[in-house]
Design a protein around this ligand. Structure first.
Ligand code: PLP
Length: 426
């Protein structure tokens, strides 16, 4: 996939110049490629053609209504982690019957709302939660569809803050207790056991942890099918993407080199499909980052170059409040200038934001294009866990978002104003 590339000396998203978008809508600005989102969804869907499968896009990766609409049109379901995300899916015209509800801390209000709307399944993460869902469903005189999230105790080999499948993580129920809990669930009058779920972590860069987890859990899933008549096995999300590449100067064509990555979709499918296809269960997947990550960039303008005694800082107008991945879990984003000719001159520098935190940087001591005040640069691969993690820290408005589709660009969220920022305060 090759949706961000230089043409006529300027970085483009599909057929639209990012310089034009920065001039029209200002910076910081998120820009997404509809084509990339469709391409990634379709690739995954086709690679799994040998399985009875259903994709439930993880809404928390990028939850803009326009993005959700694209996925709905492709036939995607949605994996949600809050009542607010369910509200978003419904606003985008999504069908609640395609929604799975994950997360360790669902509230009474959220459970009620999801039951009223008729979601497909609650993915339950503790015994206490199982009993609580039963109680709330009982009050409403309905039956709640549930699956139990199993923690297979597999090392996902990813950053410790995004690893979820080890027994020391807060997620899921230890493998050895799962069968007993299904017994409990079967005896709860207001629960209907519908499936089993796992999600071992995010940004996995090799297929082995997926294989290990599936090999552990598949026999249990088969047993639960026989004993409890479950209909699905969700293998979660977590497929990693390329963030860093040994870039030739100015070469952003590495999207198209996904095929050289250690974890490609074909590799994933080749290992996963044969291990699941004879289970006789519907296989659910919950990809977030894979769908949206490389489909977006954050455009930011350089404000100043500051020559410190120890290093050079390029101060830009985006901060950790707009894109927190580097500060939160050492996330890497390539930084490329919108003007291609700037790639010819290099400098080693830190790129930092305006926020009053030492952790507010996008890179340190990196060999970069020597861009200067007024130049626009793109923080690549910012389509997932970018805007959705943004905050108003330092009383900075939420950035605007633009969706590109072919030669069309559409503002899908306008920049927040200072008035909107303080409006809810009493
Ligand atoms: C966050 C999350 C996902 C999506 O993870 P990605 O790494 O973005 O694919 C899937 N399932 C659950 C339960 C999650 O919490």
């Amino acid at each position: 996939m090759h949706s961000f590339h230089y043409a006529h000396g300027l970085l483009h998203c599909e057929e639209v110049s990012l310089a034009d978008l920065a001039a029209e809508f200002g910076t910081p600005l998120y820009v997404y490629s509809a084509r990339t989102i469709r391409d990634h969804y379709t690739r995954l869907d086709e690679a799994l053609a040998g399985l009875d499968h259903h994709i439930a896009y993880a809404v928390k990766a990028n939850s803009n209504l326009s993005i959700l609409r694209i996925l709905r049109e492709l036939g995607s379901g949605f994996d949600i982690v809050s009542g607010g995300e369910l509200f978003r899916v419904l606003e985008a015209g999504g069908d609640p019957a395609t929604c799975t509800f994950a997360g360790v801390g669902k509230t009474r209000e959220e459970i009620r709302y999801a039951l009223e709307e008729g979601i497909y399944c609650f993915n339950v993460e503790s015994e206490a939660e199982l009993e609580f869902v039963n109680e709330v469903a009982g009050e409403m005189q309905v039956t709640a569809p549930v699956a139990i999230r199993v923690n297979p105790n597999v090392d996902a080999q990813t950053h410790k803050y995004i690893s979820t499948g080890k027994s020391e993580n807060k997620f899921g129920i230890d493998y050895e207790f799962v069968a007993g809990l299904y017994q409990r669930a079967g005896n709860c009058p207001h629960l209907a056991v519908r499936g089993i779920q796992m999600h071992i972590g995010s940004q996995l860069r090799s297929v082995e942890p997926f294989v290990e987890a599936i090999e552990r859990v598949a026999p249990l899933a088969a047993e639960l099918k026989a004993d409890h008549g479950i209909e699905f096995f969700s293998i979660g999300g977590g497929i990693g993407i390329i963030y860093d590449a040994a870039l030739e100067s100015g070469d952003v064509a590495w999207w198209s080199r996904q095929d050289d990555a250690p974890l490609t979709i074909d590799r994933y499918a080749a290992e996963v499909v044969p291990r699941l296809k004879d289970l006789g269960l519907k296989i659910l997947l919950e990809p977030g980052r894979y769908i949206a990550g490389n489909a977006g960039v954050l455009l930011t303008s350089c404000l100043y170059e500051k020559a410190g005694s120890a290093k050079t800082f390029k101060v830009v107008d985006a901060g950790m409040n707009d894109l927190i991945r580097p500060a939160l879990y050492e996330g890497h984003h390539e930084i490329v200038p919108v003007r291609e000719d700037l790639n010819a001159r290099r400098k080693t520098a830190d790129v930092v934001g305006p926020i009053c935190e030492t952790g507010d940087f996008f890179c340190q001591d990196r060999d970069l294009a020597d861009f200067q005040a007024g130049d626009v640069v793109a923080l690549m691969s910012a389509g997932a866990y970018g805007f959705t993690m943004a905050s108003n820290y330092n009383t900075r408005p939420m950035p605007a978002e633009v969706l590109v589709d072919g030669s069309e660009a559409r503002l899908i969220r306008r920049r927040q104003t200072w008035h909107e920022l303080v409006a809810p305060e009493l």
